[in-house]
Design a binder for this molecule. Structure first.
Ligand SMILES: Cc1cc2nc3c(=O)[nH]c(=O)nc-3n(C[C@H](O)[C@H](O)[C@H](O)COP(=O)(O)OP(=O)(O)OC[C@H]3O[C@@H](n4cnc5c(N)ncnc54)[C@H](O)[C@@H]3O)c2cc1C
Length: 521
């Protein structure tokens, strides 16, 4: 027999399965000796009060063995001789689309401009050490997409639980720890993600699909309102319907779509800075204790949203125990983002702090039409490059100095390895953004004593929070309304934000495409 119960435990109790078994026995009245084992099937930390509580849902196995398989495994058929579909981009959207196509009996041809995930590491380290940005292989481009060297946080605001679980199951089938099926805030870690991504690629190939690295789609081949395939920089042409999953940093793709008169729309996004505190300080604030996280708690997380002069100011992609990384994808850009290893063990905790912006906020860019916020992103990333070291050295300011419009005379140590230089971000960032950041941070500081400190740094700029463009698609069919067989997909097309939602959108596009092909035949 199995029985599930909810328990509120101290961090120490929650860290030991034998203690949980004893409590389970006491709560249910079931004899300890009859309980074969207990398993945590959901876990979340409630840190609102001084006494931290870990809420767990526990499944007890009474007079029966705990089953071995903790995720449902998918059988991928051989699709070598099936109809082919082109998937452009091997980020989460593209990889999950490809695997779902296989499940549905179609052969994915994945075309990825960057290198495989192992070779990518060389290029990301060249950014840190030599300040060289390879425009085809960096933190945004290459196998695994922007998700590969990310924090690997797998939570999403999506309420579609079944779909989220499916994505987490696929991750487990390819090597992720089954803890992700349990945690309220699942996290894989940048050290583990590459191995999982490799296994997903191997599955695609083993099932008869194809994966082409160093192959950039340069244009869509369109004939009479129908997509026929793509051309690439390797002079190879691929035929078939297209899932366009190129991510939010492929500006050349947006420009190509614009030039090919394929309907796109300007879309709002959020821009700001990354803020970095000593991890211990965030632990102290969040866990209300001088001791910080202690022995039994993980590095603390936080999130906030404030409204300032009609615009949201919010934390974005918080990385407890993480590092800040250079996320530019081209020359003369400085862009920062965050990630963390699975143990979240670095000395720092960082988070994006960004201001919501809409195309109408910057009328001076309206001449660029649908590409207006893309041009604004380019402008602010270039400003960060100019005010940084004209390299990957990023402009930075102590937090309290920023709030008080003061240039920092020196800077504390940082996790950002390319280096930082003191700069007056309050002066050169557009006032629309800097003034809201200042007010938003002041409001957060009032609610969280210790947060507004000169031991914290802000580093510019966090500009790749989402896509500045939406590639339009029909609600039901998910096809582009003007081009048959074209499926805009994932974050780059404006339909996802984050690894799980991009993966879910990849699966949806694969399903819609399979349905359309079947209806046609
Ligand atoms: C440093 C960092 C940390 C992050 N941390 C998290 C996190 O912890 N949790 C989370 O949920 N999200 C995180 N994100 C965001 C997350 O990575 C993205 O939301 C997600 O990867 C979007 O998936 P996607 O497949 O739509 O696009 P992408 O991951 O951007 O993938 C697009 C792919 O398309 C390829 N491509 C582009 N143009 C072409 C072309 N012309 N031809 C062929 N290929 C092309 C690119 O090389 C890339 O591999 C992070 C992002 C970064 C940069």
């Amino acid at each position: 027999m199995q029985k599930d119960i909810d328990l509120r435990l101290s961090p120490q109790q929650a860290s030991d399965l034998d203690t949980i078994k004893t409590i389970f026995s006491a709560e249910t009245g079931i004899l300890y000796k009859d309980i074969e084992s207990v398993r945590i099937i959901r876990r979340s930390i409630d840190a609102r009060q001084r006494n931290i509580i870990v809420n767990v849902r526990v499944r007890g196995y009474i007079n029966e063995q705990e089953p071995q398989i903790k995720y449902s495994s998918i059988e991928y058929p051989d699709v070598s001789n099936a109809k082919q579909v082109i998937v452009v981009g091997a980020g989460p959207a593209g990889l999950f689309a490809a695997l779902r196509l296989i499940e549905l009996g179609l052969k994915p041809i994945v075309v990825e401009r960057g290198k495989n995930v192992r070779e990518r590491k060389h290029d990301t380290s060249m950014m840190s050490k030599e300040h060289i940005v390879n425009p085809e292989s960096n933190y945004c481009f290459g196998e695994g997409g922007a998700g590969a060297f990310s924090d690997g946080k797998l939570y999403t605001r999506s309420k579609k639980r079944g779909n989220v679980e499916k994505i987490l199951n696929v991750f487990c089938q390819h090597g992720a720890n089954t803890d992700i099926l349990v945690d309220a805030h699942p996290h894989i870690g940048t050290d583990k993600l590459p191995g999982i991504i490799e296994k997903m690629r191997m599955q695609i190939i083993a099932s008869g699909g194809e994966v082409h690295f160093n192959t950039r789609m340069d244009s869509l081949v369109i004939d009479d309102g129908k997509v026929k395939g793509i051309t690439t920089n390797t002079q190879q042409e691929f035929d078939g319907a297209v899932i366009l999953a190129t991510g939010h940093s492929a500006r050349d793709v947006y420009r190509m779509l614009h030039k090919q008169n394929i309907r796109i729309e300007a879309k709002g996004l959020a821009i700001g800075v990354r803020i970095e505190h000593p991890a211990h300080l965030i632990d102290q604030i969040q866990y209300h204790s001088e001791e910080g996280r202690g022995k039994y708690l993980p590095a603390a997380e936080y999130s906030f949203v404030e409204q300032v002069n009609g615009r949201g100011v919010y934390s974005f992609c918080m990385c407890p125990g993480g590092i800040i990384v250079p996320s530019a994808s081209g020359e003369e850009q400085v862009v920062v983002n965050g990630m963390s290893p699975s143990n979240r063990g670095s000395k720092w905790s960082n988070s994006g702090v960004v201001v919501e912006i809409h195309p109408e906020d910057f009328p001076e860019y309206s001449e660029y039409g649908e590409l207006s916020l893309l041009h604004f992103q380019e402008y602010i990333e270039k400003l960060a490059w100019i005010h940084g070291g004209k390299s990957q050295i990023a402009p930075a300011q102590r937090l309290y100095d920023f709030i008080n419009n003061k240039k920092s005379s020196n800077l504390p140590p940082t996790s950002y390895t390319p280096g930082i230089v003191s700069s007056s971000l309050h002066e050169w960032m557009p006032l629309f953004i800097s003034s809201r950041l200042q007010e938003g941070l002041k409001a957060v500081g009032k609610k969280n004593r210790g947060y507004l400190t000169n031991d914290a740094l802000i580093i510019g700029v966090e500009s790749r929070t989402s896509s500045p463009v939406r590639v339009v698609r029909e609600r039901e069919s998910l096809q582009h309304p003007d081009i048959e067989g074209l499926y805009p997909c994932g974050e780059g097309a404006g339909y996802a934000g984050g690894i799980v939602s991009a993966a879910m959108d990849g699966e949806r596009c694969a399903e819609a495409l399979a349905f359309w092909l079947q209806a046609k035949s």
